[in-house]
Design a protein around this ligand. Structure first.
Ligand SMILES: Cc1cc2nc3c(=O)[nH]c(=O)nc-3n(C[C@H](O)[C@H](O)[C@H](O)COP(=O)(O)O)c2cc1C
Length: 188
């Protein structure tokens, strides 16, 4: 079956990350309309050109996962009005050509961006910086709609888990738009 494959990249390594919970909510919402995986990348090393070739196994693995995805959905926290360094490090690895015959794996990939924060900021500044970076890397960014969720604490359930009350319709809108955006580009 010609299923759409979405890879979620969460810019937080925290176990209880709100952004990870948001990605899981998106996965549930999308259901069987696409294969939706979360990229695990805590094992990739810090970029160091001394170890770039041959690429470390963990880097090879994440490159393969990105390569086989039809679209990449970023879920990013905001750290000091920027996206976190772990995400920059991952993207730096992904930005390098696989070999002299194979270009970097992000080029041309459809991308969506969402973010959630406990503050009033909503992650908009972090998202703008991420757009600058991934546009430079020739990703195909879906700029409308993007999802910025402030005041995460107002959308928790009794166990402190993200319940996404008021933001759910916006996540739904973005998920539908991204499925359409990908389908249009890859003809699925
Ligand atoms: C180094 C650092 C800088 C931060 N800077 C910001 C910021 O600029 N804006 C903001 O809204 N929250 C900021 N925060 C708070 C994060 O939004 C909060 O920790 C959030 O829960 C992180 O996302 P996560 O839950 O997905 O891990 C910062 C947190 C850290 C650790």
């Amino acid at each position: 079956m010609n299923e759409i494959k979405i890879l979620a990249i969460v810019g937080s390594l925290r176990k209880e990350s709100y952004n990870r919970q948001l990605a899981l909510a998106a996965k549930e919402l999308i259901g069987d309309r696409a294969v939706f995986n979360l990229l695990e990348y805590r094992d990739i090393p810090m970029m160091n050109q001394d170890i770039e070739f041959p690429a470390p196994e963990a880097v090879k693995r994440v490159r393969e996962e990105v390569k086989s995805a039809d679209g990449i959905w970023f879920f990013t926290p905001e750290y000091n009005h920027f996206f976190p360094g772990v995400l920059k490090n991952l993207i730096d690895w992904l930005s390098r050509p696989v070999s002299d015959k194979e270009p970097q794996v992000l080029s041309g990939k459809p991308a969506a961006i969402s973010g959630i924060t406990p503050s009033m900021a909503g992650t908009g500044l972090a998202q703008d910086h991420l757009v600058t970076l991934i546009s430079f890397l020739n990703m195909n960014v879906m700029n409308v709609p993007r999802l910025t969720i402030p005041n995460a604490a107002q959308q928790l359930d009794g166990d402190g888990k993200l319940a996404l009350t008021v933001s759910y319709p916006y996540l739904e809108k973005q998920a539908n738009a991204f499925l359409g955006f990908i389908a249009k580009q890859i003809g699925k």
